[in-house]
Design a protein around this ligand. Structure first.
Ligand SMILES: N[C@@H](CCC(=O)N[C@@H](CS)C(=O)NCC(=O)O)C(=O)O
Length: 214
């Protein structure tokens, strides 16, 4: 049985959940917070980061490693294209999302406003929030250009679009939206991706979680 350890509001946990939904793989979701000292979690994730994953063959940490494993072990439908250029683009946008978008959308906005502000009742670091909001247009502009160039948002849905979109979900949870007037292609890509049943399943769960935070 596939077991995923983590909490649904994490963009990296969502990334793996969407991959498993796209590939129609059943799994148990075990709620584990980042940094938990749960022994089974620590054995799978020595860095203490979520998600962690196990099945009957292997235990793993890191969403990119887990997604790569799922792609090899369950190749259909493919989320990494066969064409070398499209393959490299998908991997690059996964990397860009996991680093730059994570920094702006999740660490800078979601963590400050939701994790600190609403879950922990601590004041948000407003300087960090302001710096992330300042960085956001340049990040959106970069993605808009890449969509125009055909590197992102092509006909076949890939891990690239998936990884980008999961970070923007955290931006939305933090009360911000992509400016559709300035970045119409990016806004359309996100809207199309979020409408997929795989994302909708996650968003349904997350709606009640966000509402429970008050
Ligand atoms: N590269 C990792 C990043 C995972 C990650 O940073 N997860 C966050 C939660 S969204 C975490 O567990 N943070 C705890 C920490 O950094 O100690 C992945 O793709 O899974």
């Amino acid at each position: 049985m596939n077991t995923l350890l983590g909490i649904p509001l994490s963009p990296f946990v969502r990334k793996v959940r969407v991959v498993m939904a796209e590939k129609n793989l059943p799994y148990d979701l075990r709620p584990v917070f980042p940094g938990s000292d749960d022994a089974e979690f620590r054995a799978l994730s020595p860095l203490g980061k979520i998600p962690a994953f196990s099945d009957e063959r292997i235990g793993l940490a890191d969403s990119s490693v887990i997604c790569a494993y799922l792609e090899k072990s369950h190749p259909t439908p493919a989320l990494l294209p066969a064409d070398p250029v499209a393959y490299a683009h998908a991997l690059w946008f996964e990397e860009y999302a996991d680093t730059k978008l994570f920094h702006v959308c999740t660490e800078g906005l979601f963590f400050e406003r939701i994790v600190k502000g609403r879950m922990r009742g601590e004041p948000a670091d407003e300087a960090k929030v302001a710096a992330s909001l300042k960085e956001l247009p340049a990040v959106c502009d970069y993605l808009e250009q890449k969509i125009s160039a055909g590197a992102l948002g092509g006909a076949a849905f890939s891990l690239g679009e998936l990884a980008v979109t999961t970070q923007f979900v955290n931006l939305n949870h933090a009360g911000e939206q992509v400016d559709a007037a300035s970045f119409p292609k990016l806004a359309a890509l996100l809207q199309k991706t979020l409408a997929r049943p795989s994302f909708q399943l996650c968003l349904e769960d997350e709606k009640s979680l966000m509402a429970s935070l008050g």
